[in-house]
Design a protein around this ligand. Structure first.
Ligand code: PEP
Ligand code: MG
Length: 850
């Protein structure tokens, strides 16, 4: 059945109604090129519904379609999906080639050129349209004998002669492309690139600019900035007597575009064409507001632009291009910010393997996603998730990944696959997530049942072995290789500066160490939102003193150990203040269950007895007496501060003495002191009165005035519900969404991994609530806590500092709920800042439109 409605196919003219949502991005882009007066051959666009109908066997009126072109013109058909990144079936060129045309073109172009065109079309048609055996049509020869052989092979394989009718050929091409789009593998591929399930395909039918002929003819591709760095540099290739993207396929004779000492160039061969291309590049950049790759053909010395696409780019290049466009006034700064996907920053931010370190390579493959990470080998997505729930980084190893592995990939720090290439599932998903990834490591052998990986030199690695994956070099290294922090360019810093201009929710960092604080400062965190002081006690020289403190019989005994810890803590805080240069630093008083500091092995107990000079049996008894049934709900946080006040007093003193030091050095700070795991206002009242007393003592002793802010971590449901009375004693409330999630669900942070994947796969939870904030339940507590806290103290500062602080959706939630800042791990700070800026820009755009 044929439709005759011409509106289903639209010749692309400057004024034709055309949209990416109906005709696809390529059609829309071609219209823009035509509006810019660029030499684009005549093109007709078929919209999504027409192509969908073609896939179901309903052809548009082909005579009418052909009637839009010069009689006998050869045609090409190209896919035009809404977003060009979603891909589509390959282009088919030279439709219309047949015996008669061959004879005619032999007169005008010469027989060799005409035969080459015919062979080329025949090959593409046989393999991609008629789906005949590709081996029968595989050849590099384009001479007359080959043409005859291929025509015979076609007849043999297809049981009919090669179709000579133009309309018949075109119908077959349109229908094969329309059906290819509906196929399962095409759908999986585009959905992995973010296409919706019902994404449509448009097709563009274009008159061929032949690229072959007696005068200079050929084709090429040009771009004006580097896809790797975004720097201005003209790259591409040109090949005489060629078509489409032939120049890029490594064929002999392809030449450079700019003058180059390595060989001939288009600039020398056709200076006018080259100059025209440079001019066109400038027009595209300015008017399309984008860096484009231009596909061009030269026919008899005349330049044609066949197509232009956004240049492919990695994240580094994307940032540089967006910033350069904004700096040149081509796009506003806000648009540059919106053009960068926050998660893409991961690629710029990730660590790399230190090249000066030794490399014990155990696997080699394709470098599919940059960055490096160290973790333990796991062979299943479930194991990666279980490890992530325990905070243990894992390297996920698979033959190849499938959509079922995506959760495991989210949970892993890196991915290694035996199969696949740069566009395979693992590679694309890992790049999207910013995870280091190596694919196609074909010389390793994975035994999923035994959970082993055998390297090409016969070494066997087991689940749990430590490996470093270098996604930049495409290698896996045995052990924990030394890693380098990322080097960031000026464009990144500029983009981050612009983000600050728009952000309306602050982003701080969770940082406990000097190194983390330095990263936080480099990435422009507006302060430290959480310094977990217990993390400062794990170093060997402090652990013994810590043990003495824990083992002390009473406050007097304990004081000796605290006196020794005081200068260490003071130095810690002084360093954090220095690094953060006046930005707020929020220090959380000690929170751990005490037994975490105690040994549980026989040898550990013996060492401790030695260090403390105590009999082993006394040490064993004391350790046993401190052991709790449920330490996460035991003597933690403020409970420790209430039961052993001298510990918090020591920490408060260290904070205030460091504050005095900073003030005397001319860098005054207003430290923030945070009380953890509160559930009743009386806890805060008690601790506050002691901290106030310490502050008064330090002021008197030092003769130096300073101020500080006291706040509370809201980590228990009760604290959220009673936020009003708590806020009377607290200048800020920082919601610890890790514990709050644990306690709201009654779900152990440390054990949830055992069944979380079951829960998520059976749809009990839509997502792991420790990764994605549960807006319905935990979020309700956050809203209630914020409202009640604000009602009691309107100027109370509100924030979250659990792992959710770096999650895009959670940031959006906090912004909506009126929080002042989120605090995220240092490497997530840029992502969070960009996300925050984008939220503010979008919100502004909306209100401006109203
Ligand atoms: C929290 O509970 O969210 C929090 C930030 O504290 P921690 O993870 O140290 O318990
Ligand atoms: Mg907590």
């Amino acid at each position: 059945m044929q439709h005759s409605d011409l509106s289903q196919m639209t010749e692309i003219t400057p004024t034709a109604p055309m949209s990416a949502a109906l005709h696809g991005g390529r059609a829309k882009c071609l219209q823009r090129l035509i509006r810019l007066d660029l030499p684009v051959p005549r093109t007709v666009a078929l919209p999504f519904p027409t192509v969908r109908a073609i896939a179901q066997g309903q052809m548009p009126d082909l005579a009418a379609l052909l009637g839009q072109f010069d009689a006998g013109a050869l045609l090409s058909v190209r896919p035009s999906s809404e977003d060009p990144d979603w891909g589509g079936p390959g282009a088919i060129l030279n439709i219309g080639m047949n015996d008669a045309h061959h004879a005619a073109l032999s007169e005008t172009l010469g027989e060799a050129a005409a035969t080459a065109l015919y062979v080329r079309f025949l090959q593409a048609y046989a393999v991609d349209v008629a789906h005949l055996d590709p081996d029968e049509f595989e050849t590099d020869q384009t001479d007359a004998d080959t043409l005859q052989r291929l025509l015979a092979a076609y007849k043999d394989e297809a049981d009919e002669p090669f179709p000579q009718d133009h309309a018949h050929q075109l119908a077959a091409v349109l229908s094969s492309m329309a059906r290819a789009w509906e196929g399962t593998s095409a759908r999986i591929l585009r959905e992995a690139r973010g296409a919706p399930a019902d994404a449509g395909l448009g097709l563009v039918v274009q008159e061929m600019a032949l690229g072959v002929g007696p005068a200079e003819s050929g084709s090429g591709v040009i771009q004006f900035v580097s896809s790797d760095t975004g720097q201005d540099i003209v790259t591409g290739r040109y090949l005489s007597q060629s078509q489409g993207r032939d120049a890029l396929t490594g064929l002999e004779g392809a030449i450079y575009l700019t003058r180059d000492e390595r060989g001939p160039s288009l600039q020398e061969l056709c200076p006018d064409v080259f100059a025209d291309l440079i001019r066109i590049g400038g027009i595209c950049r300015q008017r399309l507001r984008e860096e484009m790759q231009v596909e061009f053909t030269v026919s008899d010395g005349r330049l044609f632009v066949l197509d232009a696409v956004r240049i492919a780019r990695n994240s580094r290049a994307a940032v540089r291009i967006a910033v350069a466009l904004a700096e040149d006034g081509v796009i506003p700064k806000a648009e540059a910010l919106l053009r960068i996907e926050p998660r893409a920053l991961n690629e710029l931010l990730h660590r790399q393997v230190d090249p000066s370190g030794a490399r014990d390579v155990v696997a080699q493959g394709i470098a599919a996603s940059p960055g490096a990470a160290t973790g333990v080998l796991v062979f299943t997505a479930e194991a990666a998730q279980a490890n992530a729930a325990r905070g243990e980084p894992s390297i996920l190893v698979r033959h190849e990944t499938t959509p079922e592995d995506i959760r495991g990939m989210h949970a892993a720090v890196a991915v290694l696959t035996e199969r696949g290439g740069r566009t395979s599932h693992a590679a694309m998903i890992a790049r999207g997530l910013g995870l280091p990834c190596v694919v196609g490591a074909s010389r390793i052998a994975i035994d999923a049942a035994d959970q082993t990986l055998t390297t090409r030199d016969g070494r066997v690695l087991n689940a749990g072995d430590v490996v470093t994956l270098d996604g930049t070099a495409g290698e896996a290294l045995a052990g924990a290789a030394p890693l380098l922090e990322p080097a960031l360019g000026d464009s990144f810093r500029t983009l981050m500066d612009w983000a600050s201009d728009h952000q309306d929710i602050d982003v701080r960092a969770n940082a406990d160490t000097v190194a983390e604080a330095q990263v936080a400062a480099t990435f422009g965190a507006s302060g430290i939102g959480l310094c977990r002081t217990e993390h400062m006690f794990y170093e060997a020289d402090r652990l013994t003193v810590m043990h003495e403190m824990i083992f002390a019989d009473g406050p007097d005994d304990r004081q000796g150990a605290l006196d020794r810890l005081l200068p260490m803590q003071r130095a810690d805080f002084a360093q954090l203040f220095r690094i953060m240069e006046g930005r707020p630093v929020c220090i959380r008083l000690l929170d751990p269950p005490l037994h975490e500091f105690l040994p549980n092995s026989r040898s550990g107990l013996r060492e401790l007895a030695d260090a403390l000079g105590m009999p082993l049996k006394d040490v064993t008894r004391r350790v046993a007496s401190l052991t709790e049934f449920n330490p996460m709900l035991g003597m933690r946080g403020v409970r420790l501060g209430v039961a052993m006040p001298e510990i918090y007093e020591m920490q408060a003193r260290a904070i205030f003495e460091a504050t005095v030091e900073a003030t005397r050095a001319g860098n005054p700070v207003v430290p923030e002191v945070m009380i953890p795991l509160v559930s009743a206002f009386r806890e805060v009242e008690l601790v506050k009165s002691r901290i106030d007393a310490v502050a008064a003592a330090v002021r008197a002793e030092s003769g130096t005035e300073f101020s500080f802010r006291l706040g509370v971590m809201v980590e228990t449901p009760r604290a959220a519900l009673r936020a009003d009375e708590i806020a009377r004693y607290a200048e800020f409330l920082s919601f610890g969404t890790n514990d709050l999630t644990q306690m709201t669900y009654g779900l152990s942070r440390d054990d949830a991994g055992r069944f979380m994947s079951e829960y998520v796969s059976q749809g009990v939870f839509p997502e792991d609530p420790f990764h994605r904030l549960d807006e319905d339940g935990v979020g309700e507590l956050l809203r209630i806590g914020a409202q009640r806290g604000r009602a009691a103290r309107p100027d109370v500062t509100l924030s979250i500092c659990g792992e959710h602080g770096g999650d895009l959706e959670s940031i959006e939630f906090c912004r909506r709920a009126g929080y002042d800042y989120v605090s995220a791990s240092p490497f997530r700070v840029p992502l969070a800042r960009l996300a925050a800026a984008q939220l503010a820009i979008r919100a502004g755009t909306k209100s401006a439109q109203l």
